[in-house]
Design a protein around this ligand. Sequence first.
Ligand SMILES: NC(=O)c1ccc[n+]([C@@H]2O[C@H](COP(=O)([O-])OP(=O)(O)OC[C@H]3O[C@@H](n4cnc5c(N)ncnc54)[C@H](OP(=O)(O)O)[C@@H]3O)[C@@H](O)[C@H]2O)c1
Length: 260
Amino acid sequence: MVAKADYDVLVEVTPTNVETAEPALGHIRGALGRHKHVVTSNKGPIALAYPELRALAEANGVLLRYEATVCGAIPLIHAMQEGLAGNSISRLYGVFNGTCNYILTRMAEDSLTYEQALAEARELGYAEADPTYDVEGIDAGVKLVILANTILDMHTTLDDVERTGITLLTPDALRLAEDLDCTIRLIGEIVPKAGVLRVSPRIVGKAHPLVVEGTLNAVTVEADLAGDLTFIGKGAGSTETASAVIGDLLYIHDRYVQGS
Ligand SMILES: NC(=O)c1ccc[n+]([C@@H]2O[C@H](COP(=O)([O-])OP(=O)(O)OC[C@H]3O[C@@H](n4cnc5c(N)ncnc54)[C@H](OP(=O)(O)O)[C@@H]3O)[C@@H](O)[C@H]2O)c1
């Protein structure tokens, strides 16, 4: 299909595999090799093979866009590549995984155990049957790798991410944080100059802009000219992800369709 069909842009939205990136990687290579633009929401190929895919896109005179791979509806990649293009980024940190954020929100709100909050997240469809990918910080780590490699000029893999998940957090830990007028959030952080990528539960003051509730995502970017900017929005969901995919399609349309 990808190799033979007549189309202008491949929209690659197959399930993410962060070990092999397949079948998406093969689809994207095939499309770029045929001079077809690609828009993807699939983290695997971007986290594992961005330099190769970018070079292939450039060699074939087409674009590869991937806004939906990080923070769903938040146009973070677009903002960093376009709006903040003249800035140097000293640090970027935030809440990249809505499932963990929901679990931590519920543990703090109603003194639920991790297991109880996870069960609730599963019932509501926020957590998979096997939640490892989210709760061990892998999903957040993959998103950091994408931002580091595609925007911050770093060369990283998931193995470079110092990673601690939320599975060992207890209601007591959240209560202690509460006593300090703080709470706990799973924070992903990149410090480009130090080569640091880390995901870990952190104590955060309740008034901090990153303390968002439920399944929201929030990211603060520290930029030399613009100062600190915090982006908050829905990190997942069908229409929210579609927002990012459509934005990428229109980006390509504006650059490649005659007369637009
Ligand atoms: N949903 C979100 O909120 C969200 C947010 C950001 C990024 N993403 C990413 O977007 C992608 C899609 O997510 P989703 O939630 O829509 O997943 P999904 O509901 O599992 O849908 C995946 C689709 O891919 C199709 N598919 C599976 N294997 C295929 C193959 N080998 N060739 C062609 N099609 C294949 C499936 O078809 P069948 O049903 O026929 O198997 C299904 O239509 C994933 O990579 C995900 O990580 C999702």
